[in-house]
Structures are given as C-alpha cells and as structure tokens.
Design a protein around this ligand. Structure first.
Ligand code: 9MR
Length: 368
C-alpha cells in the first residue's frame, strides 16, 4: 500500500494527466511545458533551484513554476544552511523552496542530509559518540520539520560515499564512524518520516563501472539487513567530451531489480568552451538519451536537472574552461537541449530507447 504522501502524489499526477489527455489533440499540447508531458508518463521532470534568483528574478520564477513538477534545493537544505551551529537551525531558504513548490503543485526532493561537503567544522571535529548523536539529531530535526508536509516526498539521506574505484570515501564520517553511519542515517530518516522515500545518491554511477557496482552491492546488502533504503539517485553530471554512458538503462534496470526506485537527480551535460552549434547538438542528444533511459525503466521516477539556465550553474565555478550544461542559455532562451527533453518526454513510447550517436567511453568526469 503506498504511503499517504505517495498516494497524494499519485492523485496529483492522475489529475494532471487527466487534464492533459483532454487537451491531447490540440497544438498547444504538443508545445506544452515539460511537466505536462512528464506527468502523462507518470514521471517527474525537475530542476534544482537556487534561493537568490527565486526571490529576485521573475523570469527564473516563471520558468521554474511552469516547466517543472519537481524541485530540489540546490543548496538550501544542506547542513551548512540548515544547522550552521550546533542545535541552531535556520530554515528560511529551505522553507522558501518548499513554499514555492507547494504553490506550484511541485514535489520536493530533500537534498542532502549526510555529506562530507558543506558540513560545518563543528560537526567534523566531533568524537564518534557525539558525531553519531549530532547526525541523528540533525536528521530528526530536518526531516521531522517536513514529515507532515505533503510537498516534501523524498530525501538524499547519504551523498557521495564512494571513491571512483568503489572503495568507501575516506570522509570524516567514514573515518570517525566507519561504514555504519550509512545504515544509521537511513534508520534515523525513516524514524523521522515513515512515509518519505529515502535515497542514496552519487555521481559517476550512471553506467556500469566499479563505483556503480559498489553502490549496487551496498544497496543490496543494506536492504538484506532491512535498512530502509528505497531509492538510488544517479546524479548524472555528464560532459560531452567524455562520451555517453551507453549502458545507463541497463544500469538503472539492475538497481530497479533490487526493488528500489531509481531517479536521475542532478543532470547537467557540460562542454568545453566555447559553446557552438555542434556541441549543442551533441548535448541535446545526451539529454535525449538520459530521458529515454528513464522512460524505459518503470522504476525510474523522473529526472531532475541541476538548475535550468546557464545563468546559474555550478559548472564554471568548478570547471573554469567548461560551460553551458543546462537547457536554457544565460538569457533564458531555450537551447536545443530543451527541445530534446521536451520531445523525449512528449514523443515516442516508454520503450523508445534511441541509441546515442556520439561515440565515447563511459563518463569519467572528475566531479567533486
Ligand atoms: O550546485 C551546488 C553548488 O552551488 C555548490 O557550491 C556546491 C558545493 O559543494 O554544490 C553544488 O551541488 C552539488 C550537489 O549538492 C551534490 N553533487 C554535486 C553537485 C555539484 O557540485
């Protein structure tokens, strides 16, 4: 029996798709927003949102509201934003995102509870007993705040616990608490919200490789111990110069076969400067491929893009010679990638898996 939250979402989707099917023959529908087409498939199409432009830019707000039926806080729900000092919580940014989503009939994916990055120094310096207590208390408070809020339906409970070779990252969490922090975090999240979908999330796990296989083995092991992991997030920070992970659908399906939901959580597809039409075409094809893979896997709940406009993106900050990973340009014009996402959601069938045209090796982006 689906939980209350999942039931209420299903109702939203059913209403949206009923409304959509009434309009299906009209030209307006063919050009409808991304969210309409995603909802028709029972999937979400989402974007990570930043609080600054959400507060200050009408165009940003309008596109975010119109095109997407799911949002993730790009930074506002992270530990440094929500609990900068021990037991001093600040939810202004998180609430801003959640309220916006509620107003626009969008679901929120909470990001992220336990991560080695953007976690204040006071946490990192704790001894094992106190660190475990701080982690449990943080999860209880942050998840608990939204437990009865139907907008917030899922969480990234732990984020980026693996190295590229599939060994555990030597984070302060791992070094202080050992591997058990992962199971403990999931149990704390389940206790705080029995109805939320609980995810483990990572990058460079889109194809079948050492890292994704380590993730697969961990999820299988945790579930065999009744640890409440019910979703795996594939960040999908791709780059056209590294090639497309052609086995993404196969990889999503092997996780789905474990009984978990899968989702694309942070999609962007960057390129080396300068942007040009040929690179845009390749990027658009990669977007098509990702959407098609999710369409083809029943357990894939949807795709979240990590932003939507190149005006606001982490990419140039982290990779100064790269850019332009998103589906709108700096001036909010739709790029070929927008059309690709639109057409992959709108056209074809759920089993339509157009192979990529760009040759390449599995992605090897050095995302930090
Ligand atoms: O997009 C986020 C950027 O604004 C922050 O400065 C950065 C800090 O680490 O985090 C970015 O988002 C990351 C996400 O939370 C986890 N996966 C990788 C994302 C890109 O770095």
């Amino acid at each position: 029996m689906p939980s209350l939250k999942w039931r209420s979402l299903a109702v939203v989707c059913a209403v949206a798709s009923a409304a959509a099917s009434v309009l299906v023959a009209t030209p307006a529908q063919a050009d409808g927003p991304l969210r309409t087409h995603a909802a028709e498939r029972g999937k979400f199409i989402g974007a990570a949102l930043a609080t600054g432009p959400l507060a200050n830019e009408t165009t940003y707000r309008n596109i975010a509201a119109t095109e997407f039926n799911q949002v993730t806080a790009e930074n506002a729900m992270k530990w440094d934003a929500t609990e900068p000092n021990d037991n001093q919580y600040s939810f202004s940014g998180a609430d801003q995102i959640v309220n916006f989503a509620t107003q626009n009939n969008q679901q929120v994916h909470g990001h992220t509870l336990v991560w080695h990055s953007q976690t204040p120094g006071w946490v990192q310096g704790l001894n094992a007993t106190n660190m475990r207590a701080a982690m449990n208390e943080h999860i209880a408070t942050v998840v608990g705040r939204y437990a009865n809020n139907a907008t917030v339906v899922s969480w990234d409970v732990v984020n980026e616990v693996f190295n590229e070779d599939g060994t555990f990252r030597q984070s302060f969490w791992f070094n202080t608490l050992g591997q058990s922090f992962i199971a403990d975090a999931f149990r704390a999240a389940r206790a705080a919200d029995p109805n939320a979908r609980l995810c483990i999330n990572d990058y460079n796990v889109e194809g079948i490789n050492a890292k994704s296989t380590a993730m697969f083995n961990l999820v299988q092991s945790l579930r065999s111990q009744n640890v409440p992991v019910d979703c795996v997030g594939f960040q999908s920070h791709l780059a056209i110069q590294f090639g497309f992970p052609n086995d993404i659908q196969q990889n999503l399906q092997r996780f789905a076969n474990l009984g978990v939901q899968v989702r694309i959580t942070e999609l962007d597809i960057r390129m080396q400067n300068p942007r040009n039409a040929q690179k845009d075409t390749t990027q658009a094809q990669y977007y098509t491929n990702v959407i098609n893979a999710c369409n083809a896997v029943t357990a894939c709940a949807g795709v979240t893009i990590w932003g939507f406009t190149d005006r606001y993106s982490w990419i140039p900050d982290t990779f100064p010679s790269e850019c332009c990973g998103l589906i709108y340009d700096n001036n909010y014009a739709q790029k070929p990638a927008y059309t690709a996402v639109h057409n992959a959601l709108d056209g074809g069938t759920p089993s339509d898996t157009t192979p990529p045209t760009t040759p390449g090796t599995p992605t090897a982006s050095n995302v930090t």
